[in-house]
Design a protein around this ligand. Sequence first.
Ligand code: SF4
Ligand code: SF4
Length: 477
Amino acid sequence: MFKYSDVHKVIYPRRHEGIYKNRGDNPWVSVRIRQGVGRDPSKWFSNQLRVIAEVSRTYSDGRVMLGTRGDVEVFKVDFRLFNEVAARLKEAGLDPRDSCGNSVRNPIPCISQFCPYANINAEALSTFIGDYFRYRGEYESLPHRIKISVSACEKACAVPTAQDIGIVAKPNGKFNIYLGGGIGEHAFSAKLAFTNVDAEDLLPICVGIAEVFRRSGERRGFKWVIKLRGLDKVKEDVMAIAREVKPKLPKPPNLNPSFIKSRIINIKYPTGWVTADELVKLANVAERYGFGYVLLFNNQNAYIPVHEEVKEIKGLGNYEVRDPGPIYPEGPITVACIGSELCPPGLIDTTSLGRKIHVHLNELKEPIRIGISGCTHDCGMSWVSDIGLEPFGFKTRILVTIGGEPGQLGFIVGTVDPNDAELTVKAILGMYSKSGIHGIREFAVKIGIDAIRGELKKQVPSFQPPDNSVINIFGPE
Ligand code: SF4
Ligand code: SF4
């Protein structure tokens, strides 16, 4: 019998291979699947979706979850069968390695090939940077993970504010780089560190950051290196390494934007769960009406690019048809991490809560994103959602934030009991709706957080404004 306490011996050393332990005294792990080396991280081809469906049926319970970094997770896989699963995935060009543990994670690109605003090909840049770090032992055993995103324009849909390294392409062909973002416990908004960077300096700077971080040994994450040493000193150290390594590094590929004319079929999966049967359906639609692939991004939606003349899709159920364009916040959508059903630190059942909340959100029919996490790791990206819920503490309370955006963290409203979370969201949506204001951040700024707190005090029995415990856990910013 596998004991959860064996996790440190058995699973931890293998986390960089793309697994993490599921909750309880069982041999189950989650397998977080990325695209293989050399592949666009956002394009999931029909044959790959079929293989994932088959893996899920054979080794799991016939469900998968769409992650918030453009990856797909299969749960409840017996870790003793992991090598078999990984081999099956690799046959289809999929590879879980470097998706978990203290590795350089999937550098998530915005979907630039399907957006007319794109200044560059974000997918090509992501693939280039991601490939460099993959399978390199020194970057699979960092003090903590490193998260990178690439946005092809300054609308920054790939949420630079919440990344260790947020790359944003400018119209002049150069790049801004934001550093040290990190959400959840001690939520830090990334800082603009480098401006007007040339494409050929991006990888050297990323390597410089990974090296500075590796040598720091700071187990709480890169954001703390910046906090403790100061941004200027970190920049200096990064650039010293970047200059040294640049001559030995590969040059970036052609990054010219490459727009693909299409219409986009958008299928929402509130809380991220998709069945194996649905995956196969997506694969069939992509093959029959589109380009043979489905796009995944950071919001648990599936996007199928289809040929422009397609008017109707048969047998797909609920879907929307949209033009190519920005993909944030893209609501109504309720994004949730896996939560207490399977994740060891999970404090609440995110799936049930998310599904209840989504009913209220759907009624409003506004592009609002709700982010629900199961603990302070904030995999549900609550801090950058319009309304965020993040549980914490021994006597679980839920931190409520509002007005998060790709470039800015949300404002702290206060805390509620888990049982009042649905009521809280309903109350906020009610106030928003009555206000006539467009956009949740705009609403929060115009109405004022104090007024929102006052109303929540009346409507939600357990609501409390933030106190020192909240500042201690979620500070310093
Ligand atoms: S609007 Fe968003 S999706 Fe489009 S290029 Fe800009 S960042 Fe990318
Ligand atoms: S936020 Fe917590 S509960 Fe949710 S997936 Fe991340 S670690 Fe697990």
